[in-house]
Design a binder for this molecule. Structure first.
Ligand SMILES: Cc1cc2nc3c(=O)[nH]c(=O)nc-3n(C[C@H](O)[C@H](O)[C@H](O)COP(=O)(O)OP(=O)(O)OC[C@H]3O[C@@H](n4cnc5c(N)ncnc54)[C@H](O)[C@@H]3O)c2cc1C
Length: 385
């Protein structure tokens, strides 16, 4: 029996980012008591480029139009030294540009409307997996839940408290919200731009927001690059000069699924807490939303029975995401660790490769479907690396 003052839940979702909110939304209307436990007060800032790919938008059961600052139906892949440029365009948006405080808040509000109870200002500090439930301690409030969905991001407290191995392939990225004069920003406002060949083993991006640009750099090699220096070089290369205003923040993106992901009874890890960002693009919102939804579906399909829920989540995640991320990891190795091969490939197949990436990020295809296509030269990635 829960002690007095303890809130008893069927499902406790820890973290109200895209992964947690998507899980809560998917559990709506199932007759379950669902609590969404978040350490911050909402809306809260999240360091992120705020580029939501079409494949992520497609997964969502609610419109996020109110949080979108700009729609980009053009994606530009630029390579430096040698200089190459590939442009893909669609009739619909390829990347929807958002600020994460509003985007995440919109999803959380939708989850609450779907029936989740939101507990903000509650940082989870203890997690104890007991015989019939998980006991979750936050300042001033204890929760008990039959299943926990851990959506608490790359620094997951739940992973630490349940003694999960540390995440591997966590890549650093620097994101800057910058303002220039309207005249300077105008040429960057129509497209999502990705620049390769400048940042060591990584890339730079320019994402246009309503009144400013989000410019960032990320590298797959920790310690190989000084991101502030790479960022300055990138601004120079873009011919942008000194910004009128600039807010700079660095953070980490986990690009390899966490080891021991399915080994804690009653606890399902999703999103960054599970290490599910795409290793090619370092984009994590799709993996967050998809894994959150799959965890929710597993809870329903497994009728809250811990073993069945975990087995169902493991099988569905493997099929829908992990297999794809494995191929993406090989492609990322080729792209970031083999620069000469990357240049050769782009010289020879640039337009096709850029078109394939556009088809992947829009959800028209997947990494797995691409390498499975008979005759496709990328099928080598099934065995490589
Ligand atoms: C610089 C940078 C740029 C990026 N750009 C993009 C991009 O353009 N597009 C893209 O798709 N991805 C991008 N990403 C990755 C993306 O931000 C993440 O993959 C995504 O936010 C993961 O979502 P999530 O819900 O798993 O975790 P998060 O969004 O990190 O949410 C976790 C939530 O858990 C809460 N929390 C943490 N600890 C606790 C606790 N102890 N108790 C309770 N609550 C807790 C946090 O406050 C937070 O609200 C970028 C990342 C970085 C660092």
């Amino acid at each position: 029996m829960p002690s007095s003052g303890t809130i008893s839940l069927d499902v406790a979702i820890i973290g109200a980012g895209p992964a947690g909110a998507a899980a809560a939304l998917a559990l709506g209307g199932r007759g379950l008591r669902v609590g969404l436990i978040e350490k911050a007060e909402l809306p809260r800032h999240k360091t992120c480029g705020g580029g939501v790919l079409r494949r992520a938008i497609k997964l969502l059961p609610v419109s996020v139009a109110a949080a979108v600052e700009r729609e980009c139906a053009t994606a530009e892949l630029v390579h430096h030294d040698p200089d190459l440029r590939f442009v893909s365009t669609r009739s619909e948006s390829i990347v929807s540009m958002v600020m994460r405080d509003r985007f995440d808040h919109l999803l959380t509000t939708a989850a609450v409307a779907a029936g989740a109870e939101l507990f903000t200002g509650r940082a989870v500090e203890s997690v104890a997996v007991e015989a019939g439930a998980v006991r979750i301690g936050t300042p001033g409030q204890i929760f008990e839940a039959r299943i926990v969905i851990a959506a608490d991001g790359v620094t997951s407290t739940v992973a630490r408290l349940t003694h999960r191995p540390a995440l591997r392939d966590v890549v650093p990225a620097l994101e800057c919200e910058v303002t220039f004069s309207d005249k300077v920003m105008a040429p960057f406002q129509a497209a999502a731009r990705f620049d390769f060949g400048l940042v060591t083993a990584g890339y730079g991006w320019v994402f246009p927001k309503r009144n400013h640009l989000s410019i960032g750099v990320g590298t797959t090699k920790r310690g190989a690059a000084s991101l502030p220096q790479e960022y300055r070089r990138y601004l120079d290369r873009l011919g942008l000069g000194a910004p009128m205003s600039e807010e700079r923040r660095g953070y980490m993106i986990p690009c390899r699924p966490r080891d021991g992901l399915f080994d804690v009874s009653r606890v399902l890890f999703v999103g960054d807490a599970a290490g599910l960002a795409d290793p090619v693009t370092a984009e994590g919102i799709t993996g967050g939303i998809l894994s959150g939804q799959l965890a929710a579906q597993a809870v329903v399909a497994g009728g809250l029975d811990p073993a069945t829920v975990t087995a169902t989540y493991q099988a569905r995640l493997a099929e829908a995401l992990l297999a794809d991320l494995r191929i993406a990891r090989r492609l990322a190795w080729l792209f970031y660790d083999c620069p000469r091969l990357r240049v050769q490939l782009l010289r020879r197949y640039g337009p096709r490769l850029s078109e394939i990436m556009t088809r992947i990020v829009t959800g028209e295809t997947t990494y797995r479907a691409v390498v499975r296509r008979p005759g496709n030269y990328l099928k080598l990635l099934r065995r490589a690396a």
